[in-house]
Design a protein around this ligand. Sequence first.
Ligand code: FMN
Length: 189
Amino acid sequence: MAEFFEVLKTRRTVRAYTDQPVQQEELHDLIRMAVLAPSGMNAQPWAFTVVTKQDVLRKLNGIVKDFLRTPAIQQVMQSYGMADRINHPDYSIFYNAPALVVISGDKSNPVAMADCHLAAENLFLAAHARGLGTCYMGFLTMVRDNPTVKDLLGIPEGHEMMAAAIVGHPAGPPDGPPKRNPPRVEWVR
Ligand SMILES: Cc1cc2nc3c(=O)[nH]c(=O)nc-3n(C[C@H](O)[C@H](O)[C@H](O)COP(=O)(O)O)c2cc1C
């Protein structure tokens, strides 16, 4: 159990990866850990799309970068001080990771979004416990309605992308412990 808390305390977002691919069986194993997450009514409304084809990742990166260049999004990125980073011609939303895992959820299930994110967190922690790195792909989820994106990912009928993460072997040592503000806690007793 102590080891589990160590996994929680040391997981960080990884944005630099080696060229080493992640074995298919290892990715499968992470998904087996992901689906141990709780889900509303145990409906398990998730499906997993694993992309290791670099050509598909390149196309998705291009679509997301075009979207990030739109004026409304640029304004938001500027307000977060992120515009310079994402506008750099060498920036890839996938940080050259060898694998992308997209979790799509059944659109007719009202709590699928929560379920898919609980599964995603399981996957993050399981990956870290195995020495793999992950990064949530928020920019990719912003283009979930783009028909080309849906096509490239083969999102199942009736599903939509709800969470996404890259997975790979970290290129360097992990960053220090997560930087967190003390939690705001209101007690009602
Ligand atoms: C909903 C969500 C969206 C995110 N989107 C991105 C993203 O598109 N690109 C990226 O590099 N990091 C993304 N992140 C990673 C966060 O920046 C990161 O979790 C945060 O800075 C805290 O760092 P830590 O994960 O190392 O503790 C996202 C995280 C979450 C939870």
